[in-house]
Design a protein around this ligand. Structure first.
Ligand code: ATP
Ligand code: MG
Length: 440
């Protein structure tokens, strides 16, 4: 069996090549059949986003560094230690996109899209973060995300959460959990921040170094810590919910009842705070136990202040980003045993003459049938070609040997039910009709 998930490892000679020809650390190649799963996921995303009225946005892979410093926040993990930043030949500082929201807002401002009223955009593509590579954590990974601009109310929160949940539901993933929280706004958060500082300060000496640094600048981020040193203090920290001001509470309550009505199950999780600076009120994460330590597959929330902080008008916004590698890992955990259904046809010629007859038939089948037509052009025995058909997961084999040539009839073998029937190949039109009838 081929490796299910190819992770390029540094320092290991790849296929006998010198070390320095291996793919960079933390990056992955996707080859068939994994690449097929990517295509299917992307196809589903395009259909789903269109159903919700979202249009696709594509932005450059690199942007000016300043955009991320301002749009993500100077004191975030991303900006502090994860960005791929470089100077181009004219000395401009550029950064490979570590997340999409800031570029989306930049592009929407540049094209005056906010002037048209509410705006719904989605994206699919790579992000780059200098992280310690491990399962579910890469230096180049891919995100699908949506941004809904222009609605301050909880209906928009419901909309983006429903969209993410619909993708999970559509794939029938059973063990995904929607974690929901509200982190308040600039009115109620300061009091909570003070309460957190008061809670953690007496234990400063026992906290992780990172948390000691963060407590001054961004105490909320401590709640995000998975460091064993911090965990007991994080668990006993006060929850923000009791600090919410009336408008934030109302917003949160309304969202919860919308989710109840929509039949979307959720868990209130006061530890969800999100890493980026610009979030306020609603935050959420979709997690799955099959992902291990990197359990979060999708993270999002409301960021009403971001557009303005990037020099735009006051535009409320809510969105999410979903990690496609982790999403596919969830599917893989579920499908570990199951093989996809057989599909398509393997054209098998035995001998040079049969090959000559079969080649134009293969060309015509590929123009006509929706299911794939596979063909092998080397001189091989029937058994070897049937093995190839199995590897392709073909449903049928169309076999043409010298006996069949003489009789004007090929053998159509159903590889699932192991049954043969004879089909005339003199008229391609008739043959195609028969194949369609057979279920191709
Ligand atoms: P984590 O806490 O795992 O570092 P994050 O908070 O940095 O996640 P976000 O910035 O919210 O992640 O990105 C949204 C989603 O993108 C994550 O839930 C995850 O699925 C995916 N993601 C983020 N960073 C990586 C990475 N380095 N490799 C693979 N997927 C990633
Ligand atoms: Mg991260």
């Amino acid at each position: 069996m081929p490796p299910q998930w190819l992770v390029n490892r540094p320092g290991e000679p790849v296929g006998g090549m010198p070390d320095n020809f291996g793919a960079p650390r933390g990056t992955q190649d996707f080859v068939p059949p994994e690449s097929g799963r990517w295509n299917e996921l992307e196809a589903r995303i395009h259909v789903l986003a269109a159903r919700f009225g979202y249009g696709e946005i594509r932005t450059p892979v690199f942007e000016s560094t300043d955009l991320f410093v301002r749009g993500v926040g100077a004191q975030t993990d991303i900006v502090e230690k994860e960005m791929y930043t470089f100077a181009d030949r004219s000395g401009r500082s550029l950064t490979l996109r570590p997340e999409w929201t800031a570029p989306v807002v930049r592009a929407a401002l540049e094209h005056h899209l906010f002037a048209l009223g509410p705006l719904r955009l989605y994206y699919i593509g790579p992000i780059f973060r200098y992280e310690r590579p491990q399962k579910g954590r890469y230096r180049q990974s891919h995100q699908f995300g949506v941004e809904c601009f222009g609605f301050p109310g909880p209906e928009a929160d419901l909309e983006v959460i429903s969209l993410a949940w619909e993708l999970v539901r559509g794939y029938g993933i059973g063990d995904a959990v929607l974690n929901l929280n509200s982190i308040g706004d600039e009115r109620c958060r300061p009091a909570y921040r003070d309460a957190l500082v008061a809670h953690f300060s007496p234990h400063l000496a026992r906290l992780s170094e990172e948390s000691r640094l963060r407590i001054e600048r961004n105490p909320l981020r401590l709640l995000d810590s998975k460091d064993p040193a911090d965990v007991p203090y994080v668990q006993s920290a006060p929850a923000l919910e009791s600090f919410l001001c009336a408008p934030c509470r109302e917003h949160f309550d309304a969202l919860k009842s919308y989710l109840d009505l929509a039949g979307i199950p959720y868990t209130i999780n006061p530890r969800i705070v999100r890493g980026l600076d610009y979030y306020g009120r609603t935050v959420f994460e979709i997690t799955s136990s099959v992902l291990g330590a990197q359990s979060s597959v999708c993270g999002g929330g409301r960021y009403d202040g971001l557009v303005q902080s990037l020099g735009g008008p006051e535009v409320p916004a809510v969105g999410f980003a979903l990690g496609m590698e982790r999403f596919l890992m969830m599917l893989q955990a579920r499908d570990a045993q199951a093989q996809g259904p057989r599909r398509g046809l393997q054209a098998i010629a035995l001998g040079a003459q049969a090959r000559t007859v079969l080649a134009p038939i293969v060309a015509e089948l590929r123009r006509t049938l929706e299911a794939p037509t596979y063909a092998d052009y080397l001189e091989r025995k029937l058994l070897a070609q049937l093995k190839i058909a199995d590897r392709n997961r073909a449903r049928y084999a169309l076999i043409l040997g010298s006996d069949e040539l003489a009789a004007g009839e090929a053998v159509l073998r159903d590889l699932e039910h192991r049954s043969d029937r004879r089909v005339p190949f003199g008229s391609i039109r008739v043959l195609v009709e028969l194949l369609v009838e057979a279920g191709l």
